[in-house]
Design a protein around this ligand. Structure first.
Ligand SMILES: Nc1ncnc2c1ncn2[C@@H]1O[C@H](COP(=O)(O)OP(=O)(O)OP(=O)(O)O)[C@@H](O)[C@H]1O
Ligand SMILES: [Mg+2]
Length: 324
């Protein structure tokens, strides 16, 4: 993505200030980055020529591994990546180049999450041919992309601030698997957002273990500030079952003393609650309820999800191995 953007902007991939200038109006949350006139070395101001504007056409400033673009809904269905101007209020996550059917997997897992009461943004699985303005990206593993409605943009494009937990803890993105445990996050959520927030977090954490999602690192959890100052957990995103691609994958962060999903028992949750000063009975009850609801809903619905036979088999096997 970095190389691709650098090519479009006609700059070096290592020119980070110039890259952020290109993307500065389409960042997550309510932050914008604009150059002081004349200081950036890059023509991003009103003296731009039409041709220069076209160079900063594509906007995809959201961090992460998969290729993604901001997009706007077309009046007659489908989505389009705007040719210029600030990106839209949808995110399109393209199929990966090496892992098969990630969009279908994420679509199914987000649907299951929503069924058990985890707040999720609106999502759609769309055929690549229904996306307007998609640049040539080479070979992609599958013909569908996942479209996710942005929760950091309100009607009329108003920006709603969000910050992920790497930002909250002042940790650099390349340390997103380190330094903080799920217990630490739970404690912060409990203190800042109370019972409702804690319930939501524990439910998501249990769901993460059940579906075998080893990638819920610090940047996959965010606070949202709907009124500009009160923190709440943002809607969930990036919920994918990783075990079809990486068998025996481990949790992204430690839960009490382990990352090994099959070793997590109620006792591990009890110890985590004790260590992180959480209300134990409350936490354990949410874990139990989530396991019951998620396993029942999985059994009732797995045939209806658009998952590959391989993913389906791996997830089903994994759920049965969890000892919660
Ligand atoms: N619905 C949304 N609304 C607003 N921001 C979002 C939304 N979904 C994701 N984001 C932001 O975009 C970033 C990248 O999205 P996401 O985590 O889905 O992509 P990814 O490439 O799969 O990431 P990873 O590196 O974890 O694999 C997130 O860290 C978050 O900041
Ligand atoms: Mg992510």
């Amino acid at each position: 993505m970095r190389n691709y953007l650098a090519q479009l902007g006609n700059i070096k991939p290592t020119a980070e200030f110039k890259l952020i200038t290109l993307l500065g109006e389409d960042l997550p949350g309510a932050v914008t980055v604009v150059p002081l006139r004349g200081n950036s070395g890059l023509s991003c101001n009103s003296t731009d020529t039409e041709q220069d504007e076209d160079k900063h056409a594509y906007r995809f400033s959201l961090a992460g591994v998969q290729l993604k673009f901001s997009a706007v809904a077309k009046p007659r269905g489908g989505l389009t990546i705007p040719a210029k101007g600030v990106g839209g209020d949808w995110i399109i996550k393209l199929p990966a180049q090496n892992y098969m059917h990630v969009p279908e997997n994420e679509f199914a897992m987000m649907q299951l999450a929503s069924m058990i009461g985890i707040p999720t943004p609106e999502i759609r699985l769309i055929a690549l041919e229904d996306i307007g303005g998609l640049p040539e990206m080479g070979m992609l593993a599958g013909g569908s992309a996942l479209a996710v409605k942005r929760f950091d943009r309100a009607l009329g494009g108003r920006r709603i601030h969000v910050e992920d937990f790497a930002q909250v803890y002042n940790i650099y993105p390349d340390k997103k698997y380190e330094g903080v445990s799920f217990g630490n996050i739970a404690n912060m959520i409990w203190i800042l957002t109370g019972e409702n927030g804690l319930k939501d977090f524990i439910r998501r954490l249990t769901f993460t273990i059940l579906i075998g999602n080893g990638d819920m690192h610090l940047k996959n959890w965010s606070f949202i500030y709907l009124d500009g100052k009160t923190a709440a957990l943002s809607p969930a995103y990036d919920m994918v079952s990783i075990i079809p691609y990486i068998p025996n994958d481990k949790l992204a962060l430690k839960l009490y003393n382990t990352r090994h999903m099959q070793s997590i028992s109620m006792e591990v949750f009890r110890k985590m609650s004790q260590k992180s000063q959480l209300p134990q009975h409350f936490v354990l009850q949410i874990v139990r309820d989530t396991v019951d609801e998620a396993t029942t809903l999985w059994k009732e619905n797995y045939r209806h999800f658009e998952l590959s036979a391989h993913s389906l088999q791996c997830i089903d096997k994994h759920i049965k191995e969890i000892r919660l």
